[in-house]
Design a protein around this ligand. Structure first.
Ligand code: UDX
Ligand code: UDX
Length: 483
């Protein structure tokens, strides 16, 4: 096959990765036809909604890209078979969650969706089809895909042939569009040079050649897991130092700045906080851990597993210290939670630190008023395994649940009503609007003595102190002289 023969792309999986990635490819390659398919009808309907604020994925700049390309050379559909049959290149971008049962439960990736996709491609593809792994997969998954596809080649296959490539995604949510439009690198792993060239030609529409790295299949798969493991490890490392700063009177922001100016270390991913969340870090590290154990490397497995252990510990540490500072009990107390998404500029809550922290506090019997500019109430209910309660009447006394020590939560629409009557405010996501809060105006709404727990270093400590509020800030050991 020749380069010019890639005319039509199909992407299976219209999620946080597949949707934005295909929108940018369609936008940058007007000569290509891009169809994104998904089993989830509601999701596809949302991608097709004429109201761009209803797109299923919130990502700054995504609406403009979709607006330009949709209906021109970008479409969203549930007709999976037709789209595969019409495509010369099929991206697999379906979810690969951590297995919850059976062999490797809690660590290995559940590949059933990926396998199902490969079988579907094997069944309905026509002519030569390049299959691209976009989902993050354990090393050597491409082999499984290849074997499934190989069984569909040969006699009686109407000349169908397949090539498998690995093209891991390095976009971060919240900055997906700029990451896709100006990537640090694009990684293409494979054995078939013509297929690699064909995919490289797609990216060459906007990515400089020197940023398109070619590797073998396994190196490409492993690079994705390794990149996420290294990034997550930095966060666990700085969070461990944050706890140490709190114990000794140092300030983790100063430490991060000091070590980040060492060009060998660099300033990125040194922001201490409530621990990492998101769909990738934990899943990919656990996957790496599982593979290391499988290949007889228990020490390597333990080493990487500790990155996840420290992350969980950091979240429990924060909920524990909230309880401690509030005189050892939060039962029946109202706490304001600002931010539920795993980071700012996304509506994604997968593995969000807020989930574990809120669950711990609900377990302690707290009443949580939760605010997030983009996360829906239903999503929070699913994450907390608890339905929302009615918003309490500010003039009524404590609710029955509060009196009986049961944890409850409700969602609020604005910061003032969130903090009203609260004993403490927890800032768990670094939304821009939380950086600009007027603490002088908010302080009278809180029940005194009130605490601010700033897990994201967004508040100005002086402003909080002037407003008469007490502050805990991640990694802030305070002034050693007055301690
Ligand atoms: C997922 C993985 O988590 C990540 O590791 C990988 O790199 C890319 O895919 P994401 O796009 O964030 O990331 O997942 P999600 O938003 O859940 O999207 C997956 C989509 O695939 C869902 O919309 C789901 O309905 C769809 N899907 C899943 C199918 O269309 N067919 C299937 O068989 C399974
Ligand atoms: C990550 C990787 O960055 C991306 O390359 C990969 O393809 C998918 O996984 P994402 O999960 O979208 O992307 O977000 P990222 O910006 O990496 O943040 C992950 C988590 O780490 C968030 O909860 C964030 O708040 C936290 N984080 C990040 C910190 O706590 N401190 C930091 O310095 C950076």
């Amino acid at each position: 096959m020749t380069l010019s023969s890639v005319r039509s792309i199909c992407c299976i999986g219209a999620g946080y990765v597949g949707g934005p990635t295909m929108a940018v490819i369609a936008d940058r390659c007007p000569d290509l036809h891009v169809t994104v398919v998904d089993l989830n009808e509601q999701r596809i309907a949302a991608w097709n909604d004429s109201d761009l604020s209803k797109l299923p994925v919130y990502e700054p700049g995504l609406d403009a890209v979709v607006e330009r390309a949709r209906g021109r050379n970008l479409s969203f559909s549930t007709a999976v078979d037709e789209a595969i049959a019409a495509a010369d290149m099929v991206f697999i971008s379906v979810n690969t969650p951590t297995k919850t049962k059976g062999l490797g439960a809690g660590q290995a990736s559940d590949l059933r969706w990926v396998e199902a996709c490969a079988r579907q491609v094997a069944k309905v593809a026509t002519a030569h089809t390049i299959v691209v792994e976009k989902s993050t997969l354990p090393v050597r998954t491409a082999q499984a895909i290849k074997e499934i596809l190989a069984s569909a080649q040969g006699e009686g296959s109407d000349g169908r042939t397949f090539s498998v490539l690995s093209n891991p995604e390095f976009l971060a949510e919240g900055t997906a569009i700029s990451d896709l439009e100006g990537p640090d690198r694009v990684l293409i792993g494979g054995e078939d040079a013509a297929a690699i060239d064909a995919l490289a030609a797609v990216y060459a529409h906007w990515v400089p050649q020197e940023k398109i790295l070619r590797t073998n299949l396994w190196s490409s798969e492993l690079s994705k897991l390794t990149a996420n493991a290294f990034l997550a490890q930095r966060i666990s490392s700085i969070n461990s130092i944050a706890a140490f700063c709190e114990a000794t009177g140092a300030d983790v922001r100063e430490v991060a700045r000091a070590i980040g100016t060492d060009s060998r270390i660099g300033p990125k991913f040194l922001q201490a906080g409530p621990g990492f969340g998101g769909s990738c870090f934990q899943k990919d590290i656990l996957n790496l851990v599982y593979l290391c154990r499988h290949f007889g490397l228990p020490e390597v497995a333990d080493y990487w597993e500790s990155v996840v252990t420290l992350n969980t510990w950091q979240q429990h540490r924060i909920s524990r210290l909230v309880v401690q500072k509030l005189f050892g009990t939060v039962t029946g107390k109202r706490l304001a939670v600002l931010g539920f998404a795993f980071k700012a500029d996304t509506n994604d809550t997968r593995e969000a630190p807020a989930i574990r922290i809120c669950r711990d506090l609900l377990e302690e019997g707290a009443q949580l008023a939760i605010h997030d500019p983009k996360v829906e109430t239903d999503q929070i209910a699913r994450d907390l395994h608890l339905e929302a309660s009615a918003v309490p009447d500010p003039n009524a006394g404590p609710s029955r649940a509060a009196l009986s020590g049961e944890g409850t939560w409700w969602k609020t629409d604005d910061v003032a009503s969130t903090v009203s009557g609260a004993d403490a405010v927890l800032i768990l996501t670094e939304w821009k609007q939380y950086r600009q809060l007027d603490w002088q105006a908010l302080a009278p709404l809180l029940r005194q003595p009130a605490w601010i727990f700033d897990a994201r270093s967004v508040v100005d400590p002086a402003a909080v102190a002037t407003a008469g509020l007490q502050l805990w800030r991640v990694g802030d050991g305070g002034d050693p002289i007055t301690r």
